[in-house]
Write a protein that binds this ligand. Structure first.
Ligand code: BGP
Length: 457
């Protein structure tokens, strides 16, 4: 069967500043944390070992063109642009981002720009990071500077990439700096991130720029083990905590009432100011980026909560390992293609069918060298992964969902936070010693799909 996509469908990939660029003036939390605890990073490889986009941006953009990308998302590094987060703008950074943006446009690739992809300037973290409203203000200033510098050419802006991940990683589950385990502080970080988002949207609207502004959320549809009311309730709470805590403010302009009630009853609500609600309502977006990697399967808890244990989302559910689920064993994530369709249908039916696109989807695989045939990685599993998801996306579009494109994570194998280079995601293989880039079979498949705006399966 042939799967064709709407005209002007966005085909591309996503990356981020910290994971690709390399050497930078301003320090981020990642640089600092690595000096403190290198053992937290796979094989002790830290954020200085990137795919060197800062040096190779021009030839890398040629490779994007070879992949027939018509669009590409990366982020601006706040710490590169404003090394201490709040002071002087670094002119070399302005030159660099201008060159990248201009070259992308020159090559017919529409730049999509994220303002924050997990990379907090260390100077901002030192004064409390997202827990401090001064940092929220500093971010709003940074966003405004970006709009002024690049907003004449960048027409698709994203305030944050997966804003719940720094909340989970840094304040609940100990996989990002500052490694705090404290729900109320996590809720404060989440809340202040929403305020920062809304301030950036406000600044964008005030500047009357030609483009659009949105956010990228990692949506994990929550499936209950069964239709038993206790399982359904568990899935509902997981959905409130992990999806709707950001989805509702950015699409409806307010938090779900039952999330607020729940957190209030456990005394976990962050400090709010009376003027916040009006600001949050101003944060409604034009375009939603959806990162989809895995579903969340839950069931009601089997055991009573230990009242001495720190308050956690898991007070309300247990994770459920569905028998027979398809796994990506390297990343430990379930592969569930219909999830993409369920997300789109939920947006269509419950959120007014917003303009959206898949901003990340991908499969990280370990030791891909074993699949080399005639000098090229034959990653048929990745082609199957992509085409499997695209068929469900196609079904969503054919049923009226407003999905405008599909971006993969990522174009060249890159450094992946605590996993460093353990799992490779790229359309293009990166030789870490020589920095040589070689297109994988999936890259060729994607280039053909993008060119034809269709694929056969
Ligand atoms: C997303 C992030 C990316 C990227 C990707 C792959 O959550 O936006 O930055 O890293 O996941 O995940 P990981 O690197 O953890 O394997």
């Amino acid at each position: 069967m042939k799967y064709s996509f709407p005209e002007h469908f966005w085909w591309g990939s996503a990356s981020s500043a910290l994971q690709t660029e390399g050497t930078r003036e301003g320090q981020t939390t990642w640089d600092y944390w690595f000096t403190r605890e290198p053992n937290r990073f796979h094989n002790g490889v830290g954020p200085q070992h990137t795919s060197t986009f800062y040096q190779h941006w021009k030839t890398d953009i040629q490779l994007l063109k070879q992949l027939n990308h018509n669009s590409f998302r990366t982020s601006i590094s706040w710490a590169r642009l404003i090394p201490d987060g709040i002071g002087e703008v670094n002119p070399q950074a302005v030159d660099f981002y201008n060159q990248v943006i201009d070259e992308l446009i020159e090559q017919g690739i529409t730049p999509f720009i994220t303002l924050f992809h997990f990379d907090m300037p260390m100077a901002m973290q030192e004064i409390g990071g997202w827990e401090n409203r001064d940092v929220v203000e500093a971010y709003a200033r940074y966003a405004q500077i970006c709009f002024e510098l690049f907003g004449d050419r960048v027409l698709h802006w994203f305030t944050f990439n997966e804003p719940i991940v720094p909340v989970e990683g840094g304040y609940l589950y100990d996989f990002h700096y500052p490694n705090v385990v404290d729900f109320r502080r996590a809720a404060t970080v989440a809340y202040n991130t929403v305020l920062a988002h809304a301030l950036a949207v406000r600044a964008y609207r005030a500047g009357h720029y030609a483009g659009e502004i949105g956010i990228v959320l990692n949506l994990t549809p929550s499936y209950p083990r069964s239709q038993n009311p206790a399982d359904v309730k568990a899935a509902h709470i997981a959905d409130l905590m992990f999806n709707r805590s950001f989805l509702d403010p950015v699409l409806r302009g307010e938090y779900p009432a039952d999330l607020v009630t729940l957190l209030k009853s456990y005394e976990q609500l962050p400090a709010c100011k009376p003027e916040d609600s009006a600001l949050i309502a101003e944060g409604k977006i034009d375009l939603l980026g959806i990162n989809y990697y895995q579903p969340r399967r839950v069931k009601c808890r089997d055991s009573a909560v230990n009242p001495q244990a720190p308050f956690m989302p898991e007070w309300f559910f247990d994770n459920y390992e569905m028998p027979g689920r398809k796994m990506n064993p390297y990343r430990g994530w379930e592969i569930y293609e219909p999830g993409i369709y369920d997300i789109l249908v939920n947006l269509r039916d419950n959120y007014g069918n917003p303009r959206c696109f898949i901003s990340e989807n991908g499969m990280g695989v370990e030791n891909e060298q074993r699949f080399i045939e005639n000098g090229q990685i034959n990653d048929q599993y990745r082609i199957d992964f992509i085409s499997g998801h695209l068929t469900w996306l196609h079904k969503g579009i054919s049923e009226g969902c407003n999905c405008l494109g599909y971006h993969m994570w990522t174009f060249i194998d890159n450094w992946s936070w605590c996993n460093a280079y353990k799992n490779r995601y790229g359309f293009i293989q990166l030789d870490l010693d020589t920095q040589q880039r070689t297109i994988k079979k999936s890259g060729e498949w994607f280039a053909a799909t993008s060119l034809n705006n269709s694929f056969d399966k």
